[in-house]
Design a binder for this molecule. Sequence first.
Ligand code: MEV
Length: 439
Amino acid sequence: MSKPIAGFSKLSKSKKIEWIVNTYFSDAHDARDILEQYWNSNEKLQQLHDEFIENTITNYYLPLGVAPNFLINGKLYTIPMAIEESSVVAAASKAAKFWLKRGGFKTQVISTTKIGQVHFIYNGDFEKLQVYFNHVKSKLIEDTEDISKNMKKRGGGILDIELRNKTQDIPNYYQLHASFETLNAMGANFINSCLEQFAKTFKTEALSFHLFSEEEKQMDVVMSILSNYVPDCLVRAEVSCKVEDLNEGHISGEAFAKKFVRAVRIAEVEPFRAVTHNKGVMNGIDAVVLATGNDFRAIEAGVHAYASRKGRYSSLTYAKVEDGIFKFWIEIPLALGTVGGLTGLHPLVKLALELLHNPSAKELMQIVAVAGLAQNFAALRSLTTTGIQQGHMKMHLMNILNQFEANDKEKEQLTDYFKDKTVTHSAVTKAIKQLRLKG
Ligand code: MEV
């Protein structure tokens, strides 16, 4: 068993690696080689990555792919996607192509409000607290002037602060519940700085509030933090076409629409299906969120909370047929930024944003929602017709061949061989063994 190490973060990068490889690996040289293989030969670029986080020992690569032909509100986009799952980019591209011929995607930002809260404990009379809040509210906003003046100049800032009584849930628990407009920034740092200032002012001013008893003056701030639940930072994306335009040879438009709408309905009412259905949506969303340097954990947390807002986890997408028109849409909360964070630092993030015509945060919300809808469309289309494995395993073939360390010639021969056959792990194993026996 290894021993704990003191002061690890203070060691140089090479000393950190030395300790890691010697402590955990049977072949220290091999482990060091793998770590070093992923270093960037451009020292400045490597240093940039080293400094993103603490204790960096190497870089972790994900493929950055692109899905072209996305027509969104009449404008064409090629969408960058950072993801490891073999079939996701291919599925997005297929969905984009399908809808390109049917009018493309229509999107709309519904709202852009973000939320932050100061959670505190107050031992005293609620009415007095309400009077105190009304008295101190303008001072709370005034004291954040330095933090918010730039945001305000651009048209954003603090929208409102409410006092919320949560004592039914926890004795003496209250909140300052604040709303913000953060424009093109995701806004986490701005919101958290404002909240910490609110907390400071709220505590300090209470000490001299004339109506409070000595006990009531002692506001106990538990924490001040933004919420990643953003049900009022909403975007909608949709596709629609005549049912007959869904005709695709092997299945009539009517039959397809019926199956598709039913599949979405199942995800609406059945949480076990809804989670997987939404996972497919997030395949598209996370890939673009990651490629554009946004916080995919925040997006994931907020989206799944939204999917449960009615008390039961449900589908993020909806579908219907009305008057011969098939309509499929998503409504989803997305707090995204196109300035701040990694957006101006990571060269690939800058490149991804330029590829998207340097979008505003609102435009990015629309593009990301489209990627989620397209991914869900592609998944449901396969699931309700051919089944998912046909397309998925086709894309996964290369991974299996790489597990067998197939050379280029073997890859070419086997890709050709599996063109009209079902790919399974055992079928590939058999085919590669036979090929090698022959050779
Ligand atoms: C796989 O990554 C995603 C799917 O399972 C989504 C779905 O079932 O809708 C194919």
